[in-house]
Structure formats: structure tokens, C-alpha cells
Design a protein around this ligand. Structure first.
Ligand code: ADP
Ligand code: MG
Length: 276
């Protein structure tokens, strides 16, 4: 797999003059084209700081970040890097500002100097990719949280990036909104091969990702398959995290003597395993 993003020896200080402990410490991480990488870790461990380096919102204090080989430290690379890596944030209300959905989605593309027919095509396509075509003419404030977040994602998609980075996009949503957004993001990855970097506090959301990165105190303490992380009590303890309920349930049933495969990560899979 080709790498889209290379993070090499990255350290970052918000205020280098205050104290000598960096917020991000010597991080090395490559993200492959088409990969779905989830990032978890306790509050304040540096998740947002790390991912803001992926499109040059933050510039390394030490080390480097390359996007398709383009170094984020070089200002002239930033427009290109930001076309390749789009960022979606936690609060959908702070990301939408137009009075109609389609205007909102067009906002980012309008800076690309495209013909207006091309802009319209891209907006329609982006809305269809997140299943929001029928809300094209709606005012964003009438939408549910999940729908708003999908509109924010469509605004990024219209720029046609190779990668979308999402910083806790579901943390302010109800369960229905969470599911809607998660399904939309997965569809972008599986049917459009868009690379996804997904920061979350919801352990259930990361169970199916290709690779899980766990941060603690600004360092990577685990990088690998989600089930390998959740099966390791020592690592969970170091990271101050808890396995998702379904994994805890399986662990409990196994501890109680039931023979079950250890790759179960949904209630449906558990029911099937028990019925066998
Ligand atoms: N703009 C900022 N200025 C100074 N310190 C910051 C700033 N943003 C975050 N920090 C600090 O950097 C650390 C990591 O924060 P952050 O990357 O937001 O963590 P996370 O996203 O994992 O909760 C925290 O100690 C936080 O207080
Ligand atoms: Mg954060």
C-alpha cells in the first residue's frame, strides 16, 4: 500500500518557552492510501494536536509531516495539501454558516476557481455521497445534528480530497446521529476509497477500523488491530481506556467458562456464536 501521509519524529510545543515537555512527542506514523485509521486516547493526550498537523493547521516544532510527499512546513505546499486532506470537527453548528445546505457545501469549492457548472456538479455529487440530496434547499438549522455533520462532510467532499480527517465528529450527536455519520464515513472509505483518519471517544466505533492508534501523554502506546488492543488489560490500563461493552461482555462470558471465538465485535456476531 502506498503511503498518503508520513509523520516522522514529530514533536510539538504550543509554547516552547513554557516548560520543556512537548504535547506531542517523537511520533512516527504512516497512513496508507485507502486506510481507515482510528485514533483514541484520554482527554488532553494530544489527539487534536496530532491530527491538526495532517493538513498544516499546525506545523511541527520538530520532525516533519509529508502529504503525498509534500512537506507541511513549506507554506507554498499548503493549498495543495489542504485540497488533499480535509478536516471535519466536533461541533456541526460551528462548521455551517450559509442559509441553505447547497450553499454551505459549495463554500469550500468556490475558492478553487472552477466553472459554476462544475461547482454545481461537485455539490450534487458530494450531497449524494452522504445521502443528503433531498435536503439541498433546506436551511441547515432545521437539520438534526447527524444531518448537519453529514453536510459538513459533504462540504469537504466537494473539494475532492484523498483523505478526510474527523475530530470526534459524533461526540455531540444522539445515537441515531452517530450511526448515520459513522455509516456515511464508512461508505466513503469502502466505496470511494477515501482515506479516513477518525478521532473518537466511542470505543465501539473503532472496532472495525483497519488500524487503531492509541495515544497517551502525547505518545503512541499502541498501533495495530483494535481487537489486539482491547484484549490487553495492561495496555488498556496504561491508556486509561475501557474496552467497548460488547468486548467486555465477551470477555466476561469467556471468563465464566463459555467457549467463544475472540473476534466477536457486534451483538449479532455474539448471538450467532452462542447459537452455534
Ligand atoms: N491552543 C492551545 N494552546 C495551548 N495548549 C493547548 C492548546 N490546545 C491544546 N493544548 C494542550 O495540549 C494538550 C493536548 O490537547 P489536545 O490535542 O486538544 O488533546 P485531545 O484532543 O487528545 O483531548 C492538552 O494539555 C491541552 O491543554
Ligand atoms: Mg481533541
Amino acid at each position: 500500500m502506498d503511503n498518503l501521509i508520513e509523520i516522522r519524529d514529530l514533536s510539538f510545543w504550543y509554547d516552547p518557552e513554557k516548560g520543556d515537555t512537548p504535547v506531542i512527542k517523537d511520533i512516527n506514523l504512516s497512513i496508507g492510501k485507502g486506510e481507515f485509521v482510528a485514533i483514541i486516547g484520554p482527554n488532553g493526550c494530544g489527539k487534536s494536536t496530532l491530527i491538526r498537523h495532517l493538513n498544516g493547521l499546525l506545523i511541527p516544532s520538530k520532525g516533519e509531516v509529508l502529504v503525498n510527499g509534500f512537506d507541511t512546513r513549506q507554506v507554498e505546499n499548503l493549498p495543495n495539501i489542504r485540497r488533499q486532506v480535509g478536516m471535519v470537527f466536533q461541533n456541526p453548528d460551528t462548521q455551517l454558516f450559509a442559509s441553505v445546505v447547497e450553499e454551505d457545501v459549495a463554500f469550500g469549492v468556490e475558492n478553487l476557481c472552477l466553472a459554476s457548472s462544475e461547482i454545481r456538479d461537485r455539490v450534487d455529487k458530494a450531497l449524494s455521497q452522504v445521502g443528503m440530496c433531498e435536503y439541498k434547499a433546506s436551511p441547515p438549522h432545521r437539520l438534526s445534528g447527524g444531518q448537519k455533520q453529514k453536510v459538513a462532510i459533504a462540504g469537504i467532499l466537494a473539494i475532492q480530497p484523498e483523505c478526510i480527517v474527523l475530530d470526534e465528529p459524533t461526540s455531540m450527536l444522539d445515537p441515531k446521529g452517530k450511526k448515520e455519520v459513522m455509516e456515511a464515513v464508512w461508505a466513503l472509505n469502502t466505496s470511494r476509497q477515501i482515506t479516513v483518519v477518525y478521532v473518537t471517544h466511542d470505543m465501539t466505533e473503532v472496532l472495525h477500523c483497519h488500524r487503531l492508534v492509541v495515544l497517551a501523554g502525547g505518545e503512541i502506546v499502541f498501533c495495530g488491530k483494535p481487537l489486539d488492543f482491547f484484549a490487553d488489560p495492561e495496555l488498556l490500563n496504561i491508556a486509561g481506556l475501557q474496552a467497548p461493552p460488547i468486548i467486555e461482555l465477551v470477555n466476561g462470558l469467556v471468563a465464566g467458562g463459555l467457549e467463544l471465538p475472540r473476534n466477536i465485535c457486534s451483538p449479532e456476531e455474539l448471538v450467532e456464536a452462542i447459537c452455534q
